[in-house]
Design a protein around this ligand. Structure first.
Ligand code: GLV
Ligand code: MN
Ligand code: MN
Length: 395
């Protein structure tokens, strides 16, 4: 399975993945998922929001155990973030079948659409729509960098967007969701290959628009300039400092400049801030301090600063009994929080949810250098199979 997925959407130049929602690479990943489901005789379906499901047992029976993750990527992402959870889900099912267990609850494997939000700016679109934390109108208003609307992109990829929206009926049929994911930090290094998640830090995305005045780079006197790049640059530095002082994280990883000419002062700089903290009050305070720093500097530069919150995910504390049950089944594995967002974090508002993490030797993620050793991935499959056996089977 891993070898089949490896070439899909990989950039020859960077070695990273560009599997953005509703693109050709995404369609190839989705075709792969369908094939895996059919190879195993699972009932395949796509829900109203474009999430893919593969069912063993009666999907309508309720109290289902669901596992899976996502197959899309960030720009130049690694091979593991997302796909490891989906591949491990199919591999764990194979393992359970070879153990000869009897399934007492329906089991499903899921591929949630557009987890990274790389194309339309909002992460976890498939699970957010299902849980009702992203409304249909909000989703219809999303556009990619080329101005393409999300519903149009869905339609071009063969999915009817007319029915997108809250899917409480489907979520109500799930009794437990377990997402396996590559670790995106270095907590497990030196410890064990597999851990259980305790919580996800609250996090969000904010767009800063710095409005200045386009002018000639060679002739405009310094005192006549209204250069938004200066305000932007100062804001990036302020973000780092405010976050560091608060024990939080603040990252400007994406920027767009108009008109983007070497010999012109920019008229507009757009910078996207990703910020995360251990608690919501700290996160709110850090973002407010960054906004204040941007506004103060903008005042000096003659630059108007506008701030738009594009997405927000509150703190997630995973279901205590389910988390403890996983930890018990796996026998004293580490329990760790994460700063990364996941579909599991969205589902946790509606369904008892847990996560397993597989060790990442460097901790690097959202980069082509993301890695997990094969032996650790196999330990992850065994752990997931153990957990699913405990939840959904009789020996
Ligand atoms: C998803 O990987 C995120 O944390 O942004
Ligand atoms: Mn990710
Ligand atoms: Mn992920």
């Amino acid at each position: 399975m891993w070898a089949e997925l490896l070439p899909v959407g990989r950039s020859a130049a960077s070695g990273g993945y560009r599997r953005f929602a509703w693109t050709t690479a995404d369609a190839e990943c989705r075709a792969w998922f369908r094939e895996q489901a059919e190879r195993r005789g699972l009932a395949y379906e796509v829900d109203r929001n474009g999430n893919q499901w593969a069912w063993l047992g009666d999907p309508q029976a309720g109290d289902a155990v669901v596992t899976g993750s996502h197959l899309d990527s960030v720009p130049d992402g690694g091979a593991f973030d997302g796909p490891l959870g989906v591949v491990s889900a199919f591999a764990a099912l194979d393992e359970l079948r070879s153990r000869g267990v009897e399934f007492t609850r329906p089991l499903a494997i899921v591929n949630f659409g557009d987890e990274e939000g790389a194309r339309f700016g909002v992460a976890c679109v498939g699970s957010r729509l299902a849980a009702g934390v992203l409304t249909r109108d909000q989703a219809y208003a999303l556009r990619d960098a080329d101005g393409a609307r999300l519903p149009d992109a869905m339609e071009r990829a063969g999915h009817d967007p007319a029915a997108i929206g809250t899917d409480h009926e489907r979520l109500g049929r799930i009794g437990a969701f377990v997402e396996l994911h590559v670790e995106q930090g270095r907590f497990l290094t030196e410890r064990q290959p597999v851990g259980v998640a305790s919580a996800i830090w609250p996090h969000g995305r904010w767009r800063f628009d710095f409005h200045g005045e386009a002018n000639h780079a060679g002739t405009t006197r310094v005192e006549d300039r209204r250069d938004p790049m200066l305000t932007y640059a100062t804001t990036v530095l302020a973000a780092r400092k405010k976050a560091r002082l608060a024990g939080a994280l603040a990252t400007f990883g994406k920027v767009a400049v108009e008109p983007n000419g070497t010999n012109a002062i920019a008229s507009l700089v757009r910078g996207w801030l990703d910020s995360r903290a251990a608690d919501e009050a700290t996160l709110e305070r850090v973002v407010e301090e960054i906004r204040q720093a941007a506004a103060d500097r903008g005042g000096r530069d003659g630059v108007r600063v506008e701030l738009t919150r594009e997405s927000y995910t509150p703190v997630v504390d995973f279901d205590g009994p389910l988390r403890d049950r996983l930890a018990r089944t796996l026998g004293g594995v580490p329990v760790l929080p994460t700063g990364a967002g996941h579909d599991a974090g969205i589902l946790a508002s509606a369904v008892p949810t847990a996560m397993l993490f597989v060790r990442n030797p460097t901790g690097i993620s959202h980069s082509p250098a993301e890695h997990a050793e094969a032996a650790d991935c196999l330990a992850g499959v065994t752990a997931l199979a153990d957990v699913l056996e405990d939840l959904a089977c009789q020996g």
